[in-house]
Design a protein around this ligand. Structure first.
Ligand SMILES: [Zn+2]
Length: 350
């Protein structure tokens, strides 16, 4: 490390290790170092320059197209004169503070053009993320407990989550998706309502689905602010409620048919884990076993019917189209699902 009025110069290198040729997979031979200069975030009020002794490697196979190459690390993006964290820092400064690029460039002791070339791409990416966030179609409200170490009591917080589904994958399906948008202290309808109000009318008008904890305060906030949105209990709580209901039916049928609680050898007791497994995750062997156990332990089909509804409900939450999902949940409700599940639709009609 050299310290001068111009700043700190730090010599850095990666840990040595065995490296293989990216083209043919043969163990590579070390082929010296090349020094690369990387501008980093300043410390103690002075700029920092990293002198990276970048390892270069050579392939020992004469016929291999990959003759030699330099190492890549997370420390710095390829072909940039800055560390990854310096780029992230500069982008964050531009997005969150009222600073100009030339001021940031001065802090890093580079020309503004040099800095701009390095951050233009990452900055555009971040701006795109932010604009995507503006078209949230499915919004989630979720309570968390914030645990304090020390004399303070635990505090409740409300997490605001973007559940907007990405485009369908190659298999035509989409997976449940959650991206944290914001966190607010407190767990009340007022907290949720204030947050929604602060996002503006345009944001609110795009929300089609509101997924919430089964909590009345959130339901009231959604009813008051997002009149057009369908309200559903989010998948984690639905799964929990639905599996509880299925478990209750199983235990009741056990009691009815055996006159006692389930024991380790009873068919329904043995089926308890298989019942809660998603149907698309059951192997043929598991499905055959479940079928046999139900035939034996569920003479009146009560568990079997509940299981079918449970599976349909879980499946409904995997529907790529949110409208299909709401229709399916409504249809299930009309079928007369067990009372505990009516919470699957929140809001005025719950
Ligand atoms: Zn090779």
């Amino acid at each position: 490390m050299d310290r001068s009025p111009a700043g700190l110069r730090l010599n850095v290198e990666t840990d040595p290790g065995i490296v293989f040729c990216p083209a043919c997979g043969v163990q590579a031979v070390a082929d010296g170092r090349q020094q690369r200069l990387l501008h980093d975030i300043g410390v103690f009020g002075v700029p920092v320059l990293l002198v990276w002794s970048r390892r270069t490697w050579r392939c020992r196979q004469h016929s291999c197209p990959q003759v030699s190459w330099g190492e890549e690390t997370q420390l710095a993006p390829p072909r940039k004169h800055f560390t990854t964290r310096a780029i992230t820092w500069a982008v964050n400064q531009l997005l969150t503070r009222d600073v100009v690029i030339s001021a940031l460039a001065r802090d890093l002791q580079v020309g503004w053009r040099t800095l701009w070339k390095a951050i233009e791409g990452p900055l555009q990416e971040r701006l795109k993320e932010i604009s995507d966030q503006a078209s949230v179609e499915a919004l989630g409200l979720d309570e968390h407990v914030w645990r304090h170490c020390g004399p303070h009591k635990n505090r409740m917080i409300t997490g605001v989550v973007d559940h907007t589904r990405p485009k369908r994958g190659k298999d035509g399906k989409t997976k449940p998706f959650a991206r944290l948008l914001d966190v607010q202290v407190g767990r009340s309808g007022a907290v949720a309502e204030d947050w929604l109000a602060s996002q503006g009318k345009e944001f609110a008008s795009k929300i089609r689905i509101a997924a919430i904890d089964p909590y009345r305060g959130y339901a009231n906030a959604i009813s008051a602010t997002l009149k057009e949105a369908d309200m559903v209990v989010d998948i984690f709580h639905v799964t929990k409620l639905a599996s509880q209901a299925l478990d209750e039916v199983r235990r009741r049928v056990q009691q009815d048919t055996l006159g006692r609680r389930g024991h380790a050898k009873d068919p329904l007791y043995r089926a308890r884990r298989l019942l809660l497994t998603g149907a698309n995750h059951l192997t043929e062997k598991m499905a055959t076993k479940l079928d046999a156990l139900l035939q034996e332990g569920d003479p009146n089909w009560e568990v079997t019917i509940t299981w079918t509804v449970y599976q349909k409900l879980i499946d409904a939450y995997q529907q790529p189209d949110s409208h299909d999902m709401v229709t399916l949940i409504d249809a299930l409700k009309d079928l007369g699902v067990p009372p505990a599940w009516s919470e699957a639709r929140g809001g005025a009609d719950s």
